[in-house]
Each structure stands twice: as C-alpha cells, then as structure tokens.
Design a protein around this ligand. Sequence first.
Ligand code: ZN
Ligand code: ZN
Length: 291
Amino acid sequence: MGGSAARALTPGSLVPRSPPPCLLVPSMPPPLPALLRQLAAGLTDLVFAPTCLGCGAALPTAAAERLVCGRCWSRVRPLPEPRCERCWNPHPPGPSPPPCPLCATLPAALRVVRSAGVMEGPLRELVHALKYGGWTALAAPLAQRLAALPLPPDVQEEARLVCPVPLGRARRRQRGYNQAELLAAAFARQTGRACRPELLRRTRATSSQTALHPAERRANVAGAFGVPPPLEPDLQGEHVLLVDDVWTTGATALACSAALRAAGARVVSVLTLARALPELDRGEVPRDRPA
Ligand SMILES: [Zn+2]
Ligand SMILES: [Zn+2]
C-alpha cells in the first residue's frame, strides 16, 4: 500500500488540488473529431498512465472511473455485524446484545450515525488522498458510498439539510478546500438535498485531535463550533445530516451536533466515510495525520 501523498503529484489522473478541471481551460477549444480526441486520450495515458489512488496499480484505459480500481472499492470493509442499529457500533454476537456503550454517550437528539466503511486499507488511502493529497475529484465517487448508506425511513424523509464539519480558517487556507464540504456537496447533489456549509463555523481554533485521548478530544472541541445567528431561522425544527470524512471518537461530530441543536435544529444524524474502530487503535494514539 503506497502512501497517497507520494502519488499526489502523479499527473495521470484527474486534476489534483483545486482549481476544478473546468477552470483549467482558459477558453472553449474548437470541438475535435471524436477519433482525434480518443487518440489524444490514448497518448496521454501512454505518457501519464493513471494509477489507482487506493493501491497504486495501473488503471485500465476502459475503467469507468479513472481514480480507483474495482478491487479497491470491493475491499472497503463495511462496519462489522452485529452492530447497534442506531450508531452502527459493532457489538459482540449473542441473543441479547449488551447496551451499546457508544449510544450511552450520545445525546438523545442524535438520531443515527452511519459510516461507509472501516478506516483501514484502501479506504484509509482514499480518505488521505482526498484530505492531504489534493485529490478533490475523489469527493464524488466517495460521496456515492455515503449516498448508498441505508437510512431509517424517518431520516430519509425528514433530513433535508446537509452540513459539513467546518475546517478552521488557517487549515482551510493551507489546504485550499475542506474535504468534508466537498463530500457533503457531492452527497447533497446525489441525493437531492441542500448542502449548507455556511450553517456551521468554527468559533475558536482547536489543537489537532491526533495526539489526544477521547476525553481530551471532547474537551478540545467542546464549544468550538457555532451557527451564525442570522442563519438560525433556517435550522428551526430541521433534521440535519452532518457529514465528515472520519469518525474517530465522535468528539468533533458531537460538538457540531450540539451547536446545531443549540441553534434550533431538532435532530441531527451523522454520516462519515470511514470509522476508526476501537479495536484497531485501542489505547493508542490514532495513526491518522492531523485533521
Ligand atoms: Zn486499487
Ligand atoms: Zn449504539
């Protein structure tokens, strides 16, 4: 498994880092005959053979999507079953599962938590490529994994607003984009919902969560998010889908959810691409790089 950062500058696939592809074309070129276009694409592939962002393998020219190979998509591991219906936290098998330890820490207004897969293997590589490697074009195919997550009927019907976890201003400037916002926007487009990134903002800078243990993480982000008062009317009575790339301890999502609730949202559900399972980094500092 090669590091995604090492491939970040591979010129073969779609455009790494913003601006979006459409902005790279200064003016509309004259239309080329299809044959010539195919020839040009073939030559480009010869020179810059696109490789999979999950595993580094060469991608076939005919691949439907020129970023990730089919094998990597098939290796994304869903959260293991049996799992809690509400938060999808895996629990030991048995006729009567014990009370969910994660749910015990969640506020009643948090309706469900869903994640597309376990934070490991190709999914870890793809999350990192989106987050640190500038591969913004990954947002749409990754958001399809969010859109495919089964939601209870009430969530499916009620939740109309999609809100990404915001990045701090400094980090956003540094990275040039917020990966959660790209995911949320693509997910909203794909599911016919409204993406409202302006609803949440960071009200103070927080330290990186990376080296912190769960209790420290919660303290670090508690009260770090807020809703601009002029936007509060938009949230009244709403069920908001909060989108982030990774759920590690849930501290950030819970702080965002508390801010949305305080501003008038009735219920919040959380969708993340990946989830770090406790058994994978039990008692250890999570291996992820800074948020
Ligand atoms: Zn692959
Ligand atoms: Zn639970």
